[in-house]
Each structure stands twice: as structure tokens, then as C-alpha cells.
Write a protein that binds this ligand. Sequence first.
Ligand SMILES: [Zn+2]
Length: 229
Amino acid sequence: MGEALLQKTYTVDCLTKKRVINDGIVPQYYVKNSHDPIVSKEFFDRVQFEKKHRSDAPKIYNVENTKIKKGRYSQYALSRIVVCGECGRFYRRVTSASYKRYHSGESQVTWRCNNRMEYGKKFCLESPTIKEKYLREGVVNAINHLILNKRFIKKRIKKQTAHKHALNNQAFSLKDMMEFLEACIAEIAEFDDIIVRKLIDKITVISKSRLLVRFKDGTEIEQGISAGK
Ligand SMILES: [Zn+2]
């Protein structure tokens, strides 16, 4: 009985720890490499801003957490990496139950700013709603852009890992990314959750037609997407 309880507590602690570590990846990376030309002071400040705002919003975290399965991943690879360019909160996957839309045969899955959904226009005025179809297309295009430049990216990752003394979270991410780039021989044809989890650190929704995709090595690609109708 005592052991079972201990195990339970341990699991909870482990999860909490995991969240803390995950939340720390980006700022830690930026601090360590702040002299690196690919990291702008502006971006670092933005990350700090977001971090602060996220910690100010436990309610929103709870909403996100309900979607986490088995403690490791959310059901969707894009959950917890798509961020609102206006307010810094996460985007959330929204499915419409509207009868009319259901029968139009059109995709009704969209992504919207959590802040906007929870509080209307109180804190976030203009963040766009994006159809999942276009979001996924944009992500695929950005990944393919990375693949097309893989020789250059691989060289840079090698340089980055050469400076790492310990195997921290970022080093693991870089290893994952390197493995993918070594293995891929062509562009990807469709959206893939596993590839997204391996490669992408964050996607900022800049506007209805633009995303900023940040890969785990720090590479950023500003990607145009179809704004739809
Ligand atoms: Zn927002």
C-alpha cells in the first residue's frame, strides 16, 4: 500500500518535472546561445514575455492539460507548439459541431487562440482562425524547405553539438533532428505527427497567411499559408 502510494507520487512528480523541463528548453537555449547570430535579442525577449504570460495563466494550462494522454504527448502534435503571435498563448484545435457545416462536406476543423476563445476580444483582438488543412500544409512546406537545405542545416547542427558538454534536452533534440535529416532522402508528401514532434519547437501564427516555424536547432522559417476564403 505504502509502495503503491509512493509510486503514484513519484509519477506525479515525474510529470510535473517533465513539464518544467519542457517549459525550460527554449529560454535555456536562448540564454546559452545568446551570442549566436541566429538568435536575436528581440526573439529572446519575446520568449521571456511568453513564458511570463503562460505562468500567469494556470487556467489556460489546465484546459490544455485535459488533452494530454498518458502524460507524455497531447493527442495532436500541433497542440502546445502553435502559439498566438499577438498574445503569446497557445492555439487550440476546434471542431465545429454545426449541422450545416457538417453536411457541406468541407473541413470544419480549425485552430484558434486559446485566449481569444476563453475571453473573447478582451486580451487578444485580431488573432486569426486558421483551418487545420492550411496549417498542416504550411507545416509540411516549412519542413520541406528545411529538407531542401539539409546540407547547410546539418553542418550547423554539427557545430552546435560540438559545443555541448552534457547531454541536455537540447542536445537530444538536435540528435533527433540530425537523425531525421540523415535518413530523409526526399521531401515529405504529407503531414506527419511524428516528424513534427521530432523537428519543430514552435509555430507562431503571425497572420492569417503567415507562420513563423521554429525548428529545434533554432532555424526559423517564415512560411506563407493559404488564407482560404
Ligand atoms: Zn491570442
